[in-house]
Every structure is written in C-alpha cells, then in structure tokens.
Design a protein around this ligand. Structure first.
Ligand SMILES: [Zn+2]
Length: 146
C-alpha cells in the first residue's frame, strides 16, 4: 500500500514529521546508551528532553534568522522606493512633494501641505539614442598620433 501524502492535511503531515524528527534521534541515542549500560527508559526520556531542547533552540535560531531576512528585505524595498522618487507638485496647492514611484500599483499620495489625496499620472515617451558631439569615447590616447 502506497501512502499518498497529498490526501493527508498538511498540518498533520508536519506534526508527524516533527514527531519523527524528535523520536528517531532520541531512540537512536537511547539505543546506544542501552548497549553500553543496559538501561533504556530513563535515558530515552532524558534524550527526548535533550532533543526537544535542541529542536526548540534551533527553531528560535531559524525564526531569528528569518525575521532578520524579512527586516532586511523590507529595508531594501524602502531604500529602493526612496531611490525611485520624483518631485511632483500637488494638484490642489502646487506645493512640491517627493513621492516614491511604483510602476506596478496605482500611485496616490497625500500632500504634505494641504493633506489632499493626489493621483500620479505617468506619461512615457521615446527618444533616439545619440552620441553627444565633441565626445571621445575611446579615451585620451586615441587622437591619431599613436
Ligand atoms: Zn497640496
């Protein structure tokens, strides 16, 4: 009979995996202790506690690392937003506001002066790529007297 993990709710699978990851190392350690000392139950309970503590500490550690990654991602996102800012004048009072621009959402902002909600409208245009005149692209040594 093949076990189909897709039919079991994922939280039950997680609990079973956690129990397996808790009990198998405890059993292995206890078996080693049993081979040396012929005692099983007390070392098994002690190992359960030790493995639980190790798992708890690892969980705290990974939560801490994950939170740091999320925090860094949020800081990077905010930094990027600040880099992609434009100065626009308020549609109501004409005061200049510096607004972060995102192209994937509808951009609105509250004016710093009059507190009215403004909608940002973008207009895109194209231009030919040209080389400015009087520019030596190959460096100072390429003036014909090599
Ligand atoms: Zn305004």
């Amino acid at each position: 009979m093949k076990l189909n993990l897709n039919k079991i709710p994922s939280n039950i699978v997680l609990i079973l995996l956690s129990l397996t990851a808790w009990i198998i190392p405890s059993l292995s350690l206890s078996f080693a202790v049993y081979l040396l000392t012929n005692h099983f139950i007390v070392p098994f309970l002690i190992n359960l506690g030790i493995v639980y503590l190790i798992g708890y500490i690892m969980d705290l550690f990974f939560k801490y690392k994950t939170q740091n990654k999320i925090l860094k991602f949020e800081i990077d996102t905010k930094t990027l937003e600040l880099q992609q800012s434009v100065e626009v004048s308020c549609a109501y009072c004409k005061v200049i506001n510096v607004i972060p621009v995102k192209l994937n959402i509808r951009n609105t902002f509250e004016c710093n002066s009059c507190k009215q909600i403004n909608l940002m409208i973008f207009q895109f245009a194209t231009a030919q790529v040209t080389t400015p005149l009087e520019t030596n692209l190959l460096g100072a040594n390429n003036n014909g007297n090599s």
